[in-house]
Write a protein that binds this ligand. Structure first.
Ligand SMILES: [Zn+2]
Length: 426
């Protein structure tokens, strides 16, 4: 399975060069009542930070960016603090204290505070928005926006060990030894203290022993595949070309949407058809299929988006088919200009049980999420999948993800797939 491509969203959440500026910090701040404790130092009474306040301060230090120009003018500050439980009082004083030297010179310049309480048992955190006092409305609305998006998560703290661990996991909850602390644990060497939660939008983790926690969201920008160069000599293989013609694909489609070359399957070089996956004009991945009845498949780089997505124009209707061959068949038809034909990169789910996709295959549908912008802006989305069990399961899964409202289904009228229906009926 291709490793989940991961991203550091911190920069996008911490926008510190704007006004208002936003900062997000992971962890549960100590409330005033328990943030200081009374001790005697050299016989004299002193208040020092409690252990909880100290450890939060350390975490805060690591996560909080320092503004190039510290605020000195009168400020409005809005926050939402998510606590682990209902017990702690809503109290932003420690955070205001810690922002000194990071966002402003002195917390005396904070003239207006707006604080919301929130509950997140797994990922206590705080969103902070700061702005000039006369921008209070904007400061609060920015906070509400961040809260709505939920996008967050501290990232500077994510060690490469954790990224590596989480990279290949399937959707759901996982337990692993914590790369941050397990080497320090002589008694419980085998304790899998790190829970990793792989969701459809991102990954979160938390160690019950060392309290390391964080996460990140998937983004497309994060994975920059090495572009694949195709020279003239790499394409135009006659066997491959004739194979496509034999399947009823017209020459213009063959030239524009395929590479006719050779590929090495199991050590043997054979004529093969390459389906280029492009980002703009650049080929970022190729799916290869042997040009024979053996139907061998392989990939160069990871095909992780809809095939032909690069030709989608905002507002177009989309015809979604199962495989690249189906897409090529449709592309050769006399289609309306505002219709983009796309196929899914990894075929129908192999594991179907009672008509449902195996949960472990759920990560396979990331291409839907990655194409969200296109799918959201599309007029109609027409689904035309194979008339077998995996095809129907695929259709239902896609429908579940894009929403049923603008989807249309094409009935293949008893034919197994688009190619077959086309071959018979044209
Ligand atoms: Zn740990």
């Amino acid at each position: 399975m291709p490793r989940v491509m991961i991203a550091n969203r911190l920069e996008k959440c911490n926008s510190v060069d704007g006004d208002p500026c936003t900062i997000s910090i992971l962890g549960e701040p100590a409330s005033k009542a328990n943030s200081r404790r009374f001790v005697l130092i050299g016989g004299k009474p002193r208040f020092i930070k409690s252990k909880k306040a100290l450890s939060y301060s350390k975490d805060f230090e690591k996560q909080c960016p320092v503004l190039d120009n510290l605020y000195e003018e009168d400020l409005a500050v809005a926050m939402k603090i998510y606590y682990k439980s209902r017990r702690p009082d809503l109290d932003e004083s420690l955070i205001l204290d810690l922002l000194q030297g990071k966002a402003y010179k002195n917390d005396r310049c904070v003239k207006l505070r707006y604080t919301e309480w929130g509950l997140d048992r797994e990922y206590p955190r705080t969103y902070i928005v700061l702005g000039a006092l006369d921008k209070i409305d904007e400061v609060i609305s920015t906070l509400k926006e961040i809260v709505k998006k939920k996008g967050i998560m501290s990232l500077d703290l994510v060690s490469s060990g954790i990224k590596l661990l989480a990279g290949g996991l399937s959707l759901g909850q996982h337990k692993r030894k914590c790369p941050e602390c397990h080497h320090t644990r002589s008694k419980h060497k085998h304790d899998k203290s790190l829970s990793i939660n792989v969701g459809s939008d991102g990954i979160r983790y938390h160690c019950h022993h060392c309290e390391t926690s964080g996460g990140w969201m998937y983004t497309k920008d994060d994975y920059v595949p090495r572009p694949i160069e195709i020279r003239d000599s790499d394409t135009g293989n006659e066997v491959a070309k004739n194979y496509l013609r034999g399947r009823g694909i017209v020459d213009t489609v063959i030239d524009n949407h395929t590479i006719q070359g050779t590929y090495t399957f199991n050590g043997e070089v054979v004529p093969a058809v390459g389906f280029p996956y492009r980002d703009g004009s650049q080929i970022v991945a190729i799916k290869w299929r042997s040009a024979d009845a053996k139907k061998m498949y392989s990939q160069e780089n990871v095909c992780q988006d809809f095939f032909n997505l690069e030709n989608y124009k905002e507002g177009n209707n989309i015809l979604l088919v199962e495989g690249e061959m189906d897409a090529l068949t449709w592309l050769g038809c006399d289609l309306p200009e505002n219709l983009t034909v796309m196929s899914i990169p990894n075929g129908a789910p192999a594991k179907v049980k009672d008509g449902k996709v195996d949960a472990r295959e759920d990560t396979k549908f990331q291409y839907v999420w990655r194409a969200k912008k296109a799918l959201d802006s599309a007029g109609e989305i027409i689904l035309c999948f194979d008339n077998d069990e995996p095809g129907v399961a695929l259709r239902d899964e896609i429908l579940r993800r894009i929403g049923i409202s603008k989807a249309k289904l094409i009935d293949l009228d008893g034919y197994k797939d688009s190619s077959e229906a086309y071959g018979d009926k044209g």
